[in-house]
Structure formats: structure tokens, C-alpha cells
Write a protein that binds this ligand. Structure first.
Ligand SMILES: NC(=O)C1=CN([C@@H]2O[C@H](COP(=O)(O)OP(=O)(O)OC[C@H]3O[C@@H](n4cnc5c(N)ncnc54)[C@H](O)[C@@H]3O)[C@@H](O)[C@H]2O)C=CC1
Ligand SMILES: O=C(O)CCC(=O)C(=O)O
Length: 526
């Protein structure tokens, strides 16, 4: 087995691979062209954040079985291409979080006390503090966006400096806020208005890319310090520069830049912006942890063993996988609907397996459901293997029950998701060769073939509403493939599920929401 390491990882990781009989080439300075030329010889590839592992690379890599990300974020790895080819992608999500949290705190101190600027002056033999008065942390408020692994480490540590800690993370339970003694803010703008220091710790997702932009800076307290040690673009760079010009933001500490490693952002030229070259995980300890962990995972994947941090593949024996495949897809689809229809942090998930499915080993279907549930907010951080651990770490109670009999169907999976104020239910079934159907949402019954793009609307059950929805989607040039209507006659309410051929813009959704009789509209991507 041959493994190429295309970016520097700890020597301990390299040693581990060679001790296990893997032939390793460390080639950290290959040009893209050279990488594409040699990758065909390798069974495994280990990268950090600079190597773009994409379709172009996969096409040159017929032998590739595993891509190991020596680190946390896998946004430089195209998952679909890997999954399609059966390439396992593994990462080391826990190994560098302390280092990332500590650099965040380092940047807080560096910015708030102008340490690099003072240092530079003195190195030039200029003994002068003028214009570089700092800000004390005690009694100030830090606003954390994303209270996951790194966000919570920052929270607990900043408490010891006497700071008030507030956070915005709609996807975790109140219990987690309580656990870390952090005050929950329901709205991002509310957090912006209160904090003296803002630090972001979310993954880069469609929702978080640009989550701190022009509008959020408008709501911010004047004199704000901004820290981004997560991913470039979570804080929009142009909006940040603008907010600095307008003196809303006083200083910034940035570890991640658009276009890195060839970043050209004007932020690099601003005196009150302290930058580091994506160095959050660059400590001896983190790199040792990461190197050893990724080496172990790559070895396991090459041997076809269970890989604890497989990002993209269920680890199931192939025979069982065939029987259970449709249920995995159904479970994941049902799960994925929740956070796209509701914005309430999950407290409890009850899964009921009825009919034929109840006879199977359902624990892996439960993992698929959990993966689907959390994927809209955690993206690649959740996989089949870690789904249970993640649910548990987020304080979500998961229960499974089975009944051999079921009315009207041969097989049925029902999810009951409880949040603070609501109970959400969704049921689905399979038939034929892997055909899926959603047959119930919140008590509304239908027979929906889940498609990549859907519009789900709740409405008063009265004439004209459906027609207007069709007309407005037509005006927006969105083609409707199918439409299903579930009704609750006694309550005179209905739910529409429309399969559409393309993405529906927020503007169109706002128009649909304005139709008389429409109570709520959501766009869902499967
Ligand atoms: N600078 C560096 O060298 C390093 C950067 N990172 C980056 O740090 C970030 C955080 O990593 P972890 O803490 O391990 O991730 P995590 O997955 O443990 O936590 C992320 C949190 O963000 C929350 N979130 C998701 N969407 C949100 C939204 N729209 N609004 C508010 N909160 C939202 C999630 O609920 C979750 O609690 C990631 O972007 C990761 O890639 C990680 C390691 C090193
Ligand atoms: O140093 C690295 O490899 C980047 C670390 C990082 O950003 C991550 O693990 O997500």
C-alpha cells in the first residue's frame, strides 16, 4: 500500500504508517501539475487544508481508497466525487480544537492590546506607545457564534478573564448553554448589539458563509473587535473592511482568509488587523495528535476496517448494506427534513420502526436518521460513525422502538422530534427497488416521492391558495414537477409539498409567504 502525504504532518504520523508496513512518500512542495502526475500511483492521500482534493484529482487517482484530512474542516475535499468512487474520507475532528481555541484567545489579546504593533515599533528601536492604548477584557462581553467544540472551549477560558459570555447557536439545546454558563441569544443581531468582542466558530456552510455581513455590522456595538479563527468568509471580508472604515469595528484578528494560501485581501494592509496564516492548529501537540490519528485512520481504511471518523461512508458489511440501503436513504431523508422545516433545537428524537423494517438491525438506520437530522447544520462533521456521539454530546436523547405490525403499510419509519416548545413528526416508507415515500408530516398525510428540491407550505384549506402558489412559482420560472396536498379537515388546514426542478430564492419564498391563507413556507434540499 502506498500513501502520499502532500502537506507537512507530524513525523510521528509518518512513522506510524511506515511501522505498519505502508510505503510513504512525503512530498509537501509538489506543484498542482506534479501532484496530478503522481497521484495515480497511490492508494492513500493525506492532506491538510491547502491541497484541493477535487474531481480533477480523483480523475487522476484510480487507485485511491482513502483521503486522510490531517485536521478538522474538510471543505477542501469534494465529498461527492469521493463517495461516488468509494473513497473513504477521514478527518481528525477532536485533535486540534484546543490549539484552535488557544490561537483564538491569542488573537483576542494581540488585537485588544496591540501586541504586534507595539512589538514592531520596539524592534525598530522606537520606544513609543502613543495611539496604541489597549482594551481591558474584564467586565466586557464576548459574543460567540457557534458553541460547538472550539466555541465552548473559548467560552470557558474567557470566563476566567472576567468576561460576560453570550452566544448565538440555534442548533444546540439550552442545556448546553447552561452547561457552559453561557447566555443564549436567540437573534444574531441581539448578540451583535451587546458584544465588545465577536468570535466565530461555526463550520463553513451555506448558512454560515457571510453570516457576519453588512447587516450584522450595522447592528453592532461601536468599537467592536472581530476574531475569525474558523473559516474564511464566515465574516464577509468586504463588509468587515467597510465596518472598519466606518469605525464600527475597531480591530480584527484573522487566521483564515479568502483565497488562502494565496490571499490578496486588503485586510492584509490594515494596521489594526492582525493576521496569521491559518495557524490555528499549528502547535506541536495538535500536529502530533492529528498526525498519529490520521495515520491510524488511513491504515484502518486501507485494511477495510471500521474507521471512527469516516466522513462520507457508512461502515457496514456489504451484504447487510444491500438490504438496508433503502432504509438508510429513507432515514437520512426524513432526518434532513427537520432542520429545514423547523428551527428549534432538538431535545429528543423518538424513532419508531414498524412492519418489515422492525425485523432488521435498525441501529444503523438510526445513525442515518441522526446524520440526516444534524447534517443541515453540521455538514461534514456528522457521519454514520459519529452520529450517536454527536447527538449525545449535544444533549439530545435518542430512543428506538419497534412494532412488528403496522396498518396500511408493509414497513414504516416514524420520527418524533421534540424541541422546547414543539413536537414534530414525520413518517416514511419504502417499496419496490429502493423507492422512498414520505407519508406523513405533523399529522398531514400524503404520498410524497422526496426529490432534491421541495417547497413545503402550510395553509388554510380554502379555495385559491394552491393556484396562487403555482402562479407565483411560474412567475419566478420555477417548474413544479409534482404536488401533494395533505389535509386536516376538522382544523381546515392543509400542507402542500411541491417537488420543483430548481432552487427557489428567498425572494420567491417571501412572495409565497405573502399569499393570503399561507401560514408558512419552507424550501427543502435533499
Ligand atoms: N483555524 C484553524 O486552524 C482551525 C479552524 N477550525 C474551524 O473552526 C470551526 C469550528 O470547529 P468546531 O468547533 O470543531 O466545530 P463544531 O462542529 O464542534 O461546532 C460548530 C458549531 O457551529 C454551530 N452552527 C452551525 N450553523 C450555525 C449557524 N448558522 N449559526 C450559529 N451556529 C451555527 C453548530 O451548531 C455547532 O455547535 C470550523 O469552521 C473548523 O473548520 C478548526 C480547527 C482549526
Ligand atoms: O493546519 C491545518 O491543517 C488547518 C487546521 C484546520 O483548519 C482544521 O483542522 O479545520
Amino acid at each position: 500500500m502506498k500513501v502520499l502525504i502532500s502537506e507537512q504532518i507530524a513525523q510521528k504520523g509518518v512513522e506510524k504508517l511506515t511501522q505498519e508496513g505502508v510505503s510513504v512518500d512525503v512530498k509537501a512542495n509538489l506543484s498542482r501539475q506534479e501532484l496530478l502526475q503522481v497521484i495515480g500511483e497511490y492508494d492513500g492521500l493525506i492532506v491538510r487544508s491547502n491541497t484541493k482534493v477535487n474531481e480533477e484529482l480523483y480523475q487522476h487517482a484510480p487507485r485511491l481508497k482513502v483521503v486522510g484530512r490531517a485536521g478538522n474542516g474538510v471543505d477542501n475535499i469534494e465529498m461527492e466525487g469521493a463517495t461516488k468512487r468509494g473513497i473513504v474520507v477521514v478527518n481528525t475532528p477532536e485533535s486540534n480544537v484546543v490549539s484552535a481555541a488557544e490561537l483564538t484567545i491569542g488573537l483576542i489579546f494581540a488585537t485588544c492590546r496591540n501586541i504586534p504593533q507595539l512589538h514592531n515599533r520596539l524592534k525598530e528601536r522606537v520606544w513609543d506607545r502613543a495611539g496604541l492604548k489597549g482594551m481591558e477584557l474584564q467586565g466586557k462581553t464576548i459574543g460567540i457564534v457557534g458553541l460547538g467544540r472550539i466555541g465552548s472551549l473559548v467560552a470557558t477560558r474567557m470566563k476566567s478573564f472576567g468576561m460576560n459570555i453570550i452566544a448565538y447557536d440555534p442548533y444546540i439545546s439550552d442545556a448546553r448553554f447552561k452547561k457552559y454558563g453561557v447566555e443564549k441569544k436567540e437573534k444574531l443581531e441581539e448578540l451583535m448589539a451587546l458584544c465588545d468582542i465577536l468570535t466565530v466558530h461555526t463550520p463553513k456552510t451555506e448558512e454560515t458563509y457571510g453570516i457576519i455581513g453588512k447587516e450584522q455590522f450595522k447592528a453592532a456595538k461601536k468599537g467592536l473587535t472581530v476574531i475569525n479563527c474558523a473559516r474564511a468568509g464566515i465574516v464577509n471580508e468586504e463588509a468587515l473592511i467597510e465596518a472598519m472604515k466606518e469605525k464600527i469595528v475597531k480591530r480584527a484578528g484573522i487566521d483564515v482568509l479568502e483565497g488562502e494560501p494565496h490571499a490578496t485581501s486588503p485586510l492584509l494592509d490594515l494596521d489594526n488587523v492582525i493576521v496569521t496564516p491559518h495557524a490555528g492548529a499549528d502547535t506541536v501537540e495538535a500536529q502530533d495528535n492529528v498526525g498519529i490519528t490520521v495515520a491510524q485512520e488511513v491504515i484502518s481504511a486501507l485494511r477495510g476496517e471500521i474507521v471512527p471518523n469516516a466522513v462520507n461512508l457508512p461502515t457496514l458489511p456489504m451484504q447487510e448494506f444491500d438490504t438496508i440501503k433503502a432504509y438508510l436513504k429513507l432515514g437520512e431523508t426524513l432526518g434532513k427534513m427537520y432542520y429545514q422545516l423547523e428551527k428549534e433545537a432538538i431535545e429528543k428524537v423518538e424513532i419508531l420502526y414498524r412492519g418489515e423494517v422492525a425485523a432488521l438491525e435498525t441501529s444503523v438506520i438510526t445513525l442515518a436518521i441522526l446524520k440526516g437530522l444534524f447534517e443541515p447544520v453540521l455538514k461534514e462533521r456528522i457521519n454514520y460513525v459519529n452520529a450517536n456521539v454527536i447527538a449525545d454530546s449535544r444533549g439530545v436523547i435518542v430512543t428506538e422502538s419497534k412494532e412488528s405490525a403496522v396498518k396500511n403499510y408493509l414497513t414504516l419509519i416514524t420520527l418524533k422530534v421534540t424541541s422546547k416548545d414543539k413536537v414534530f413528526t414525520i413518517s416514511g416508507t419504502t417499496f419496490g427497488i429502493g423507492e422512498l415515500r414520505i407519508v406523513e408530516i405533523n399529522g398531514f398525510e400524503f404520498d410524497v416521492n422526496p426529490t432534491p428540491y421541495m417547497v413545503v407550505a402550510e395553509n388554510h384549506d380554502k379555495p385559491g391558495v394552491v393556484g396562487q402558489m403555482g402562479t407565483l412559482l411560474g412567475v419566478a420560472k420555477v417548474n413544479i414537477a409534482t404536488m401533494q396536498l395533505g389535509r386536516k379537515l376538522t382544523e381546515q388546514q392543509a400542507m402542500m409539498v411541491l417537488a420543483v426542478d430548481s432552487v427557489v430564492s428567498q425572494e420567491t419564498l417571501d412572495f409565497l409567504g405573502g399569499v393570503e391563507g399561507i401560514l408558512r413556507v419552507r424550501f427543502v434540499k435533499i
